[in-house]
Every structure is written in structure tokens, then in C-alpha cells.
Ligand binder design. Sequence first.
Ligand SMILES: *Cc1c(COP(=O)(O)O)cnc(C)c1O
Length: 242
Amino acid sequence: MQGKPAILSVHSLILQKNEETMDVQANLKKVLNDIPQQVSLVAVSKTKPVDMIRKVYDAGQRDFGENKAQDMAAKYPQLPNDIRWHFIGHLQTNKVKYIAPFVYLIHAVDSLKVLKEINKQAAKNDRVIDCLLEFHIAREESKFGLKMDEAEAILQSDAFKQMQNIRICGLMGMATYTDDKQQVADEFHQLTLYFKELKQKYFSSAGYFKEISMGMSGDYPIAIREGATLVRIGSKIFGERG
Ligand SMILES: *Cc1c(COP(=O)(O)O)cnc(C)c1O
């Protein structure tokens, strides 16, 4: 019996903490205050319910990011149609069809194979789909992404040159999950160097090749200092994911 009040008070503390982090509109404002005007915010709403997304929408946010094709396709019809849906996860070829009719930007293209499928599905939907090439910049082995020679092989291929329904608008990357800020800065800096090199070699006259998508809740200030044009922020707006 003695333990009971203690348990209750821990419980109410947890509730209090949740309410704090769940004020998604206030969280959005705080994040926006940190971001210069020329940098766009993608609010990463993966795993979060549509009513919560609508609150963030009502505070003015229009760019949202999801990492599962079926989740994105399920949320899309339940929310206002001026939302720009960013696909930020690893995209499997057989899932492209679910998002092709409406997706605004696909951030993590990492093979010619998936690019071909995006082109095909975009053509079926009579549209052009904007994409970013995902680069491997982290020292961790597990993360997806291209190396420079792989990206160049895609850009130089005849298959790519014939694609009429995709547009490569820039690069995306994820830094190593570490407290070492210098390492994170070095990795983001590397992505900016890759961007500049590809811009010069393949996209010098393409105004649409202008995006560098990097930075998440834990590292976006560093990403912005290193040249991010798009940051993808989830937990700092929507609270921790379960
Ligand atoms: C989940 C996710 C984010 C957002 O992560 P937070 O740490 O919650 O801000 C950004 N980018 C990608 C690719 C993600 O999967």
C-alpha cells in the first residue's frame, strides 16, 4: 500500500510531460523560430495520427514527411489537399504506385531501379515526380544511400537520360547518430560538396537542382550551418515516437 502514492505521482509526472510535448503548435513555432527563411521545414509526421497532423496544419505548416508508402497513402485523403507530402523513407519498388498520384518530393532515391519505377508510375499518372538522390554520408554501415561513383553511374546512364517523368532536384543525407558535433558537421559538409560537384557537372543550367535535404531533430542547427535547404523534423514537433 505504501508504494501506491509514489506510483500515482510518477504517473502524473509522465502525463504532465506528455502534455508538454504534445502542444504541437507551440513546438512548431519554436522550431520555425530556429530556421532561417530560405530553409524549408518538412514536419515528419510518421506514426502520428491525422488529428495531430491537422493541428500542425492549422498552425500553418504545409510540408509533411512520411516514411511508409501505405501510411502516407492512408493519411492523404483524410487531410487537406494543399499539403505537400514528402516521402522520406527507403522506397521499395513495389510501393511506388501507392504514392505516385500525389507525392510532392521523394527524398531518398538510391538506385536506378527505383528511379525507373518512379518514372513509370509518374507517367501513368501523367505527371513529373521530383526526387532527391540519397547519399551515404554517415560512418555507420547500416544506412542506405549512394556513393559518388554510383550516383554518377545513374546520371550518365541512357536509362536515366530517357526518363521524361522524373526530375532530380538535389540530394539528401543522414548523418551518423553521435554526440560528436564535429563529425556530424563534417558529414553534412561532405553532402554539400557532393551537391556542388554534381550541380556543376550535370545540372549547371537546371534551376530546379537546388535542394539539400539534411538535418533532423537532433542535428538540424548543424545541417543549416552546413547548407541545408530542407530540414526534416519529427520528434521535436510531434513528440517522441513510441
Ligand atoms: C524519422 C525521420 C526524420 C525525423 O526524425 P526526428 O529525429 O524525429 O526529427 C528525418 N528523416 C528521416 C529520413 C526519418 O526517417
